[in-house]
Write a protein that binds this ligand. Structure first.
Ligand SMILES: [Zn+2]
Length: 394
């Protein structure tokens, strides 16, 4: 793999380190496995990070600190307050700033000897090949299936290694795809999961340290690829269970029938990955249920008037603990067997966090014969925005 990285021509390759660099990297230089040769390989390496979020944070920090000469950062998002729990590149003062720019500033400050390029754009089938072509290694730190397939296919088409990592709640996966003779993401996952089956971090939650660990392993694999040393995770899938604190690994093999890296390739160019994954963007709203709604302001006005409204909260108990509107709590999943707790003669207002689960609850209860039932539009988030900002959003 090291040969992949030495694509810079002799003329433009750095052949020396400054005295400042020698001091900065001294703990690398005194290891025979890195030494001056290895540090120059790092200096001449060009790594593109897809995503600067949870996985991108340790990746960017460690690769910059290690002296990877050129780092590209692709992210179209802005820093949100809820990111700070795990995206340790960013500080509180970065909230609201474009992630790629905030990360560029942080990494350039960490190591002014390297070039950090921010690409404030969404990775698409139109720009992926152009973005990837100037880099030796692509590191996938994304959180959604369309982008994972896109990163995979672009790497295979260009013959570049793809250092892959993913996380979900307490579990992580890491491997290296796209090495010569090795498997690709499609060899492992020929089909995307049905849309909506695997929740995002925003929906399912994630323990903040987990992306730190998984992203750090990706950073280590990236550095090993650059140095051309050690046993790469290529052809092995490393699984990490944080709660059990267990690492397991599976042998990965190239699938001869893989549509992009197999013997009879059928994919020769990038496709529409949202269509392939059956989603119209990650943010695709739940199918419209067209249930009767009440806005937070109307709801407040009716409560103030003293209307007898029964408030049904269909979130989970741990969400109720974060904040609540003093409603009667029946989690959506328990509604069918606890429906007897509700009085269909009373007027009911149902709510959840965003209005999505409660719409399903209203739909279910209407089918069960309830007629006087309304969905709180936008849920507790909208209530906090429009009526009572003392109710925390989460
Ligand atoms: Zn494949």
């Amino acid at each position: 793999m090291a040969s992949k990285v030495q694509t810079v021509t002799r003329a433009e390759a750095a052949t020396t380190l400054t005295n400042e660099e020698i001091l900065r990297y001294s703990r690398h230089l005194i290891m025979p496995e890195v030494g001056m040769d290895g540090q120059l390989k790092l200096k001449n390496a060009k790594v593109l990070l897809i995503g600067t979020g949870g996985l991108g944070a340790p990746l960017g920090l460690y690769l910059a600190a290690a002296g990877v000469g050129k780092l590209g950062l692709v992210d179209f998002d802005v820093v949100d307050f809820t990111n700070l729990q795990r995206q340790v590149t960013f500080g509180t003062s970065d909230v609201g700033k474009p992630k790629s720019q905030a990360a560029q500033a942080r990494l350039s400050n960490l190591n002014p000897n390297i070039q950090v390029q921010a690409f404030e754009t969404k990775l698409t089938s139109e720009n992926a090949l152009e973005l990837f072509k100037d880099f030796d290694i692509i590191v996938d730190g994304t959180d959604n299936f369309p982008t994972r397939y896109l990163v995979n296919d672009a790497c295979i088409l260009l013959g570049k290694p793809n250092v892959y990592g993913s996380i979900f709640r307490f579990e992580g996966q890491v491997t290296v795809f796209g090495t010569p003779g090795g498997p690709c993401y499609r060899c492992l996952y020929p089909e995307p999961p049905p849309p909506g089956l695997v929740p995002s971090c925003a929906e399912g939650g994630v323990l903040g340290v987990l992306p730190g660990i998984v992203g750090s392993i990706q950073a280590m694999e990236t550095i090993k690829l650059i140095l051309g040393s050690g046993d790469s995770l290529a052809e092995r899938l490393l699984l990490f269970d944080a709660l059990g604190m267990k690492f397991r690994e599976f042998k990965l093999r190239k699938n001869p029938a893989c549509p992009i890296c197999g013997d009879k390739r059928t994919i020769h160019k990038l496709i529409d990955y949202y269509e392939f994954c059956g989603v119209r963007g990650e943010e695709a709203p739940a199918p419209d249920l067209h249930v009767p709604e009440i806005t937070p302001r109307e709801f407040k006005a009716r409560l103030d008037r003293g209307d007898e409204l029964f408030v049904l909260d269909v979130r989970e108990p741990h969400e109720y603990q974060i904040c609540n509107l003093r409603g009667h709590l029946i989690p959506l999943g328990e509604l069918p067997r606890r429906v007897h707790e509700l009085d269909s003669s009373r007027e009911i207002v149902t709510h959840c966090r965003s209005g999505k689960r409660s719409a399903e609850a209203v739909d279910f209860l209407r089918k069960a014969g309830f007629r006087k039932i309304l969905n709180l539009k936008g849920g507790i988030l909208a209530w906090s925005d429009e009526v009572d900002s003392s109710v925390p959003k989460y």
